[in-house]
Design a protein around this ligand. Structure first.
Ligand SMILES: Cc1cc2nc3c(=O)[nH]c(=O)nc-3n(C[C@H](O)[C@H](O)[C@H](O)COP(=O)(O)OP(=O)(O)OC[C@H]3O[C@@H](n4cnc5c(N)ncnc54)[C@H](O)[C@@H]3O)c2cc1C
Length: 380
């Protein structure tokens, strides 16, 4: 695919470039990464430029046409120039509430969006239910007109930082309906403990304990029993977004490595003149081109409503693994400079590694893609 951006899209991309070149953001991202802090100042700047709102429902400021392609083009530029992707999930969490929520929940989401920060986390995974979310044990029980949540969630992004969580739970009575609940993190009975992790350190990770958390019926998000399906659809878009930020990080690492290959002199000439280095750069470029095509095609499918789970799984699997290989090659070219001294390529490498688990593991992506291919050709 050859992407031709419209004039309006090019203006949005230019505004991202202006933000990224206005100051040296890397010191700030380094500090946030070292201190495990969400990059609030950066997230607010992106919000002011309207990046987060692009994929909102149209009545809440989203673009009427080509919203996802525009979102991809804008983030591509932000990430190419070294941006941090911690707040990329702003654009998947809030739209779900604006689409599925009742008036009370939408009002809360709109107020939280005004802060320009990601203040809502998703809590589906449990200690006994990772890839197999159907095995979840967290339940909701109705008693005297109230609803009570009990259980434990784990590995939840931004949990320690959020004001609300979207908690998926199973009805205690029939154990058949998976339903989403919009839960304030300061509700009595909610305890959240932070977790250490290898990468993605600018997003927190949390273990959540739910002990008889009392809710009202109107804290339900979407229809009863629809929680799981609602999330499955959103997971497809999120998988394209996972591919996008890993691609963006790899693109930045590639450009750093290609520039360095021209500057670094060993044995009397630039290392970029060595064919072993050129081989790496050639393979990196080919992989980046494939990733880009796959992501823009996926974005077009999101925009016209044709994205299916097979494509979404392929996009996440290919892009995250290829991004890991490209970033690894970039570190090889940058050598000591990349490994020591907190280079952004090394942070990208760690973040991409963690992304091969978050949002669905490589293996689950392969299984989803494989099943969809077999199904497509079953009766042909
Ligand atoms: C950084 C990070 C952020 C996350 N954020 C969130 C979040 O915001 N909200 C949330 O709810 N969850 C979140 N998660 C959880 C994430 O979705 C799970 O970690 C992931 O689905 C895998 O579950 P698990 O870690 O329990 O591994 P398991 O499911 O136990 O898998 C262990 C290994 O076995 C493999 N495996 C499992 N089943 C099969 C099979 N059938 N065939 C072949 N191989 C298989 C897996 O691929 C993996 O390699 C996050 C995780 C990480 C690492």
């Amino acid at each position: 695919m050859s992407v031709k951006l419209t004039e309006e899209q090019n203006l949005i991309v230019a505004s991202m470039r202006e933000l990224m070149t206005r100051e040296n953001w890397d010191d700030y991202f380094k500090e946030c990464d070292n201190e495990h802090k969400f990059p609030e100042r950066f997230c607010k700047e992106l919000s002011e430029l309207g990046l987060h709102q692009i994929v909102n429902p149209v009545e809440y400021g989203g673009l009427e046409e080509n919203a996802m392609v525009t979102f991809v083009a804008a983030w591509e530029e932000v990430l190419r120039l070294g941006g941090n992707a911690a707040c990329i999930w702003f654009s998947s969490t809030y739209p779900v509430i604006l689409r599925e929520g009742n008036e009370k929940q939408k009002k809360i989401a709109l107020e939280l969006m005004e802060t320009g920060l990601t203040k809502v986390g998703n809590a589906a995974t449990e200690p006994g239910a990772g890839s197999d979310l159907g095995a979840m044990q967290t339940t909701y029980t109705r008693k005297d007109g109230k609803v009570y949540l009990n259980g434990q969630k784990t590995f939840c992004t931004d949990a320690t930082y959020s004001d609300y969580l979207i908690v998926t739970a199973l009805d205690a009575e029939t154990k058949t309906k998976y339903t989403n609940w919009f839960v304030p993190t300061n509700a009595e009975g909610v305890t959240i403990a932070g977790l250490e992790k290898l990468g993605l350190k600018t997003n927190s990770a949390g273990e959540i304990y739910l002990d008889n958390v009392e809710l009202e019926e109107d804290d339900m998000l979407g229809a009863e029993g629809a929680g799981f399906d609602m999330q499955k659809n959103d997971f497809n878009t999120e998988r394209v977004v996972s591919g996008l930020y890993c691609y963006g990080y790899a693109l930045c690492a590639f450009e750093d490595a290609a520039k360095y290959a021209n500057q670094r002199v060993q044995f009397g000439e630039a290392i970029g003149r060595q064919q072993l280095i050129q081989l790496k750069l050639a393979n990196m470029k080919a992989k980046l081109t494939n990733m880009r095509n796959m992501i823009y095609d996926g974005a077009e499918m999101v925009d016209d409503g044709t994205l299916d789970k097979g494509y979404a799984a392929m996009c996440k699997y290919y892009c995250v693994v290829a991004a890991q290989e490209v970033t690894d090659d970039a570190l090889q070219i940058l050598a000591g400079v990349g490994i020591c001294g907190d280079h952004r390529a090394s942070r990208a490498w760690r973040d991409i590694r963690a992304s091969r688990i978050s949002g669905g593991t490589d293996e689950m992506m392969i299984l989803t893609l494989g099943r969809s291919i077999v199904k497509e050709y079953r009766n042909k």
